[in-house]
Design a protein around this ligand. Structure first.
Ligand SMILES: NC(=O)c1ccc[n+]([C@@H]2O[C@H](COP(=O)([O-])OP(=O)(O)OC[C@H]3O[C@@H](n4cnc5c(N)ncnc54)[C@H](O)[C@@H]3O)[C@@H](O)[C@H]2O)c1
Length: 352
């Protein structure tokens, strides 16, 4: 019997991880801790919220006393830490929010785990785990060639990636200094169901549907490596259960696309789904002033994860994107509740 704390489980990736663990491991108790910021939405977990091995706790990882008390009360065996401020544009407007949640919040969790588990340096802890979920953006940017490996030096450029890099360093430091049993993974861009519609793909799906402009930064030449979110959740499952303490794994789809090509493909798929003439949705593409400090290219080498732990992505991008479009078209209410703000009023009142 294991009790696992998953932070940020009401967010995009976190909700997929919570669903996978609750359904796949009925013997585990999964506690989902989430502040329910604008990005947290418990509607993402409607299908599992009544399960006996699932519990939701509303709370802020920045509140050190609350976090420490929660660890002492619940006696967690493991943590999978996903809670974060995650949108680069918001980090440019409001960097301090990112320092608070991504850095201070992470250190609060590390301290609470250290206080509860009492690790000793040089003594391997095999029955506890602190798993920190991070991003490939900590590695900075690439030119046309090369890929990020686990050995690539950190070189973050946005306040978001700087805060995630800082949190990664703290997690490693707690492993090296106190013997905390830590693991980190750095993943490329995710897409799929429940993606918050401020991010490129869901924003464009919503705008194509509503015949609104599709804002593309610069000339749309920035390259990202896209991974279907359920493949990321599967990777987290494998790493959580099989990685050695203090190890790091890169997670990615070997699937590089320029932003403009992603949106052209999306327009083509949506033309078909909406019964529009091919090329009609692409007329909505509008180029806007580039994001400050915009990284040119990310590409993840996930060979280590594939060779050592046997994980590989299950979907081709075209198939994953079509599944994503289908999901958004079939779940209009979910999207409308977000764009109208209704999702926040409903759940915030329930958990005041
Ligand atoms: N989205 C991606 O493509 C991607 C890629 C690689 C890594 N990541 C990492 O994966 C994690 C999850 O990303 P996501 O896209 O699902 O993010 P998200 O923004 O969709 O969800 C974040 C969740 O964290 C919660 N949260 C925020 N601040 C909190 C706080 N102070 N206390 C408690 N909960 C808080 C939010 O309510 C939300 O539910 C993040 O750590 C992110 O850096 C994301």
């Amino acid at each position: 019997m294991k009790k696992i704390l998953i932070t940020g489980g009401a967010g995009f990736i976190g909700s997929h991880v919570v669903r996978l663990f609750v359904n796949k491991y009925p013997d585990y108790t999964i506690v989902n801790l989430d502040k329910l910021t604008y990005a947290g939405n418990l509607a993402n977990l409607k299908d599992i919220e009544q399960k006996a091995n699932y519990k939701f706790v509303k709370g802020d990882i920045v509140d050190a006393v609350f976090i420490n008390d929660l660890f002492q009360t619940e006696q967690f065996d493991a943590v999978i830490h996903l809670a974060a401020e995650s949108h680069v544009d918001r980090s440019i407007t409001n960097p301090l929010d990112f320092v608070m949640t991504n850095v201070i919040g992470t250190v609060n969790l590390l301290n609470a785990a250290k206080n509860l588990w009492k690790p000793e340096l040089g003594k391997e802890m095999t029955d506890k785990r602190f798993y920190h979920v991070s991003t490939d953006e900590v590695y900075g940017t690439l030119n046309e060639t090369g890929m990020f490996t686990e050995e690539t030096a950190y070189d973050p450029h946005s306040p978001y990636s700087a805060s995630k890099a800082s949190s990664d360093h703290f997690v490693r430091a707690y492993g090296d200094t106190y013997g905390l049993p830590i693991v980190i993974s750095n993943c490329s861009n995710n897409y799929g169901p429940f993606h918050f519609p401020e991010k490129l793909i869901p924003l464009c799906i919503n705008n194509i549907k509503n015949n609104k402009p599709l804002p593309i930064y610069g000339k749309g030449e920035n390259i990202r490596d896209w991974l279907f979110v359920e493949d990321h959740a599967r990777a987290i499952d494998v790493i959580f259960h099989s990685a050695k303490n203090s190890s790091t794994y890169n997670v990615g789809g070997h699937n590089e696309w320029t932003n403009i090509d992603v949106i052209r493909l999306l327009c083509k798929i949506m033309d078909g789904k909406l019964g529009r003439e091919e090329g009609e949705s692409a007329k909505l593409i509008t180029f806007v002033k580039d994001r400050a400090g915009h990284d040119l290219r990310y590409a993840i080498d996930s060979t280590k994860l594939q060779n050592e732990l046997g994980w590989k992505p299950s979907l081709q991008f075209e198939e994953g994107l079509e599944r994503t479009v289908d999901w958004f078209l079939e779940n209009e209410e979910w999207l409308e509740n977000i764009t109208s703000g209704a999702y926040q009023e409903y759940y915030q009142h329930q958990y005041l």
